[in-house]
Design a protein around this ligand. Structure first.
Ligand SMILES: Nc1nc2c(ncn2[C@@H]2O[C@H](COP(=O)(O)OP(=O)(O)OP(=O)(O)O)[C@@H](O)[C@H]2O)c(=O)[nH]1
Ligand SMILES: [Mg+2]
Length: 430
């Protein structure tokens, strides 16, 4: 542990004032002394005690509240930890933080620093820290559930089991190598290759599952079609506010207008686009190019044009719009709506939710993010190589690579470069 890490840190860990209660946390070797300096004694461990808080510099009464003391290493950060539950007003919090800053050896915590210490001290692993970051950022119920599973170690436990399997495979390979050295008849390598194939299949199944990014960033729904079809009007009806400009002039929308929204606890990112047509207007041409780009990125396309001109690829829902003025159905549409009267809008939302569910991780399974996916993919490739590699010495190398890939998922060794990025996502006081 570096000298810097040995500093004792403090922060207001509850939300920004004013609030009913503010929680100030201190973590590090000097946490106990700091608590003593503030309340004049060290309270019994792991029990909330009522205390008067005084400024150690001048003895002035700052507040009355609860004090908690967690000595040793079996704490949330893996080092001595103290908490003060104070009144959550701005001036109270400021005064307490100022008093703590005046205690030698104490300094204000950086964003995510408490969690970073928990990781550095082995209380949580990297995958759990990532789950925790997602949990704090979760805005919908599905995001919360998936993040909770990862924060709770579901992915880590799975990867740990796989890592053990790879150690078993590596040991079997070593045994084959010893056998070959003795110059006896060729040993049977089929069991090792079968074990590697089985493990690769298990990882492959997880890699095929929907990704965490879609859960976090929202299912991308792009509204597309010719000018004046009613795309912007539909967007506004779906998000229930005037997010995009609507007008009878064809070619109104130029930029892609993105609006995040949640339906039935699922995050969506709706994108309104410029009407698709050939135009002499340079700006409109850029808008059309952006619309076409958005269509390629879509998880679901709401197509408001001629059903025979439906763009290929993604999941498309073909809509007939303006049912209030054009009630007769045209062939091959999935749904008839009127953004003006609201006809069909509820059914369209239900259809979006249904389609999105098929694209998202199920609620009882954890999702892997891109970093974890890349590492798992490396493990997968290494295991596949064990299956096909005729030279057993090289197969041993692939087994080592697979183990290293599992290690990087949970943050064992060599992940410094991404720690700053990860812990920077946390707020101060976490
Ligand atoms: N009667 C009726 N009019 C609608 C409906 N939806 C849109 N409109 C009208 O159709 C015109 C075009 O609507 P917009 O939503 O701007 O169409 P757009 O597809 O976004 O058009 P561009 O941005 O130019 O590509 C406006 O005058 C809207 O009021 C509807 O459901 N019923
Ligand atoms: Mg528009």
């Amino acid at each position: 542990m570096s000298v810097e890490e040995a500093a004792t840190i403090f922060a207001l860990s509850s939300g920004s004032p004013p609030a009913a209660i503010g929680v100030v946390r201190m973590s590090g070797p000097g946490a106990g002394q700091a608590l003593q300096a503030m309340i004049g004694r060290l309270p019994p461990p792991r029990r909330a005690s009522y205390a008067r808080l005084r400024d150690p510099a001048n003895g002035l009464l700052l507040d009355r509240g609860l004090a908690l003391w967690f000595p040793g290493t079996a704490t949330a950060t893996g080092e001595p930890l103290a908490e003060l539950h104070i009144h959550g007003g701005r001036a109270v919090a400021d005064a307490v933080l100022r008093a703590l800053a005046g205690i030698p050896g104490l300094r204000a915590a950086l964003a995510g620093e408490f969690t970073r210490r928990a990781f550095a001290n082995g209380v949580i692993d990297l995958a759990e820290a990532e789950g925790l970051a997602d949990l704090l950022a979760a805005e919908t119920e599905t995001q919360r559930r998936a993040a909770m599973l990862t924060a709770d170690g579901a992915l880590s436990r799975r990867v740990e089991a796989w890592r053990n399997d790879v150690l078993g495979i590596a040991a079997q390979i070593e045994a084959l190598l010893d056998f070959a050295d003795e110059g006896d008849v060729a040993a049977d390598d089929a069991p090792v290759r079968n074990a590697a194939a089985k493990l690769a299949d298990e990882i492959g199944a997880l890699l095929e599952a929907p990704s965490a990014e879609r859960l976090r960033d929202g299912v991308r729904v792009v509204l597309a079609g010719p000018p004046n079809a009613g795309k912007s009007t539909l967007l506004n009806a779906l998000v229930q506010r005037e997010a995009a400009i609507v007008s009878p002039i064809a070619g109104t929308t130029r930029d892609v207008v993105e609006v995040p929204v949640a339906f039935a606890g699922i995050a969506f990112l709706l994108s309104d686009t410029a009407g698709l047509r050939v135009s002499d207007d340079a700006i409109e041409q850029i808008g059309v190019a952006r619309a076409e780009e958005a269509i390629t990125q879509a998880d679901i396309i709401l197509w408001l044009g001629d059903p025979s001109e439906t763009p290929g690829g993604a999941n498309v829902i073909r809509l007939q719009t303006k049912a209030d003025v054009q009630p007769q159905a045209i062939p091959n549409v999935d749904m008839i709506i009127s953004a003006k009267t609201g006809q069909g809008i509820g059914a369209l939302v239900a259809m979006l939710v249904d389609r999105a569910k098929a694209l998202l991780p199920t609620t009882d399974s954890f999702a892997v993010n891109r970093r974890q996916r890349d590492a798992l993919h490396l493990a997968y490739m290494s295991l596949r190589s064990i299956v096909s590699e005729p030279d057993i010495l090289i197969a041993a190398e692939h087994a080592r690579a697979a183990r290293a890939a599992f290690d990087s998922v949970v943050g064992r060794g060599g992940v410094e470069e991404m720690l700053d990025a990860l812990f920077g996502r946390f707020c101060i006081g976490k």
